[in-house]
Design a protein. Structure first.
Length: 494
């Protein structure tokens, strides 16, 4: 695994952004490896639009005059619309968490925000009522992608998310590094007209200043946003920004390797890991290559070596094992979402997805493996039996409020009803240190001192789960009450 990580995270790969030299090198390396171990290998083209947005400064004008925000330090902004220029000049309205959830009788848009710029909190409402919004665990309503999607549905002129490190699960430097430079999106027939024109983030300090100028307290307004009767609150400020867009179309790709099943080759168990990272971006400490060693060269390395082990098993598994390195996860799960909409192998013949996003390169695992999305599928019951033989136990996600299940590629499969497993043995301490110091930064580089024994143990466990599924009579299922269960039941009727 170390050799793969060292190669994929080398400066030569230029941070593996879609549509560049790094993509060509990385996808060729992975495909060549799949071929070398005997997998049937192919590329799935994924058409993307690359948009480099250059915003002017963001001006806030209210009764006390005009304040100009500094790009990168106080805000980031972009647009997914295929227009050379976007001009936005509109009133700011605080809309709580920016959520419309009829199943919870929740609506943060009781008043129209058409033509306004909505200012919203990150995450979803953290209520004392544990029956709503997943209790402590974050639901999809808390994801930044959802915030922009809902703002577009509401006819807003823009959406600005308030960044708070604890609730976002990453510091402001990650926002600045992840959303500056070229952004990718699906190629859309409407050229992005259905997206909200202005998308962006502001710092907590900027938000607190906005509320103070409007005679309100930020923390007090956060509490009010937790009440079901909350209504949009005008902030008495106009925001204006001009965005210039430079656009290009890119044919990116998912890399697919197949180990054909011995008895039921038309039924599949899929491993996924995303090959992409952020490419070349804003320099930090003189380094501008975002190598993405842990995130996610390590995950690619893990599924590549699982594939090698699987290819040597005799007799072969009854069902086919598919190993897929997908593109543009960092841009909002685009590669896996494209696959889910355009599956190479029928989803109603796909028994499970096992996703790897960040292998445990740190060595420690506390004799446990965390299941992100604990209680969702019977795959975790199989994992529990497998790791028990290793002297380990499974545990729920230690930080469910961070919404990791909705932040990686298994979610694209879950949305289509395919039971999906995401498990990781990285300790909370190692994860927090990595997030603080290296996540989405140029410092996420290969370290020859890494201890891979935990990653090997995890790889063994995930392979055994896949083999049990591939050889079993009974298919994995979503557990009762999980939102994806009905989608699966419907798809299996076809």
């Amino acid at each position: 695994m170390k050799a793969h990580i060292q190669k994929l995270a080398s400066d030569e790969m230029e941070g593996r952004a879609p549509g560049g030299k790094g993509e060509e090198l990385a996808t060729t390396y992975i495909a060549d490896f799949f071929k070398s171990i005997g997998l049937k290998t192919r590329f799935q083209p994924v058409p993307l639009i690359g948009i480099t947005s250059t915003p002017s400064s963001l001006k806030l004008t209210g009764k006390d005059g005009t304040k100009t925000l500094k790009y990168g330090d106080e805000f980031v902004a972009w647009s997914k619309r295929e227009q050379s220029t976007i001009h936005t000049n509109a009133d700011l309205v605080f809309c709580g968490y920016g959520v419309t959830a009829p199943e919870y009788q929740w609506n943060d848009f009781k008043d129209s925000v058409k033509g306004k710029i909505v200012v919203v909190l990150i995450n979803d409402p953290q209520l004392e009522d544990q029956s709503k919004f997943g209790g402590k665990a974050m639901t999809y309503y808390g994801r930044w992608t959802y915030k922009f999607e809902e703002a577009a549905r509401q006819g807003a002129a823009g959406a600005l998310i308030i960044h708070e490190t604890e609730m976002a699960a990453y510091p402001w430097e990650v926002v600045r590094g992840s959303w500056s430079g070229e952004q990718f999106d699906m190629v859309r027939a409407d050229k992005g007209a259905s997206t909200v024109p202005l998308q962006g983030w502001i710092t907590r300090d900027v938000a607190a200043g906005l509320f103070k100028a409007a005679g309100m307290d930020f923390d007090d307004m956060k509490k009010k946003a937790l009440r079901p009767g909350f209504k949009p609150v005008p902030l008495g400020v106009k925001a204006s920004v001009d965005i210039k867009n430079k656009m290009r179309t890119v044919e990116s790709k998912n890399v697919i390797g197949v180990l054909e099943g011995s008895e039921k080759p038309g039924e599949y168990v899929i491993f996924t890991a995303h090959w992409d990272h952020l490419g070349i971006g804003e320099p930090q400490n003189g380094d501008k290559i975002y190598n993405g060693a842990v995130d996610n060269a390590s995950g690619d390395a893990q599924i590549m070596e699982i594939a090698r082990a699987a290819a040597n098993i005799q007799p072969r598994p009854k069902r086919s094992l598919v190993f897929m390195a997908v593109t543009a996860e960092e841009q909002g799960l685009l590669g896996s979402a494209y696959y889910a909409d355009n599956p190479v192998f029928p989803l109603n013949k796909t028994l499970a997805d096992i996703n790897v996003d960040e292998a445990n390169v740190f060595g420690r695992n506390d004799h446990q493996i965390q299941v992100v999305g604990f209680g969702y599928t019977t795959l975790e019951d199989i994992l529990k039996e497998v790791v028990a033989q290793q002297g380990r136990t499974i545990t729920p996600d230690a930080e469910p409020e961070k919404g990791h299940y909705f932040r990686s590629d298994q979610f694209s499969f879950a949305q289509k009803g395919v039971p999906a497993l995401y498990a990781n043995s990285v300790t909370v301490e190692d994860e927090r240190e990595f997030t603080e110091k290296r996540y989405h930064k140029p410092s996420d580089e290969y370290d020859p001192k890494w201890d891979m024994k935990a990653a090997v143990e995890d790889a063994d466990a995930l392979l055994q789960v896949a083999l049990r599924v591939a050889n079993a009579d009974k298919w994995p299922e979503w557990k009762p009450g999980v939102e994806f269960r009905a989608i699966r039941e419907e798809s299996l009727k076809k």
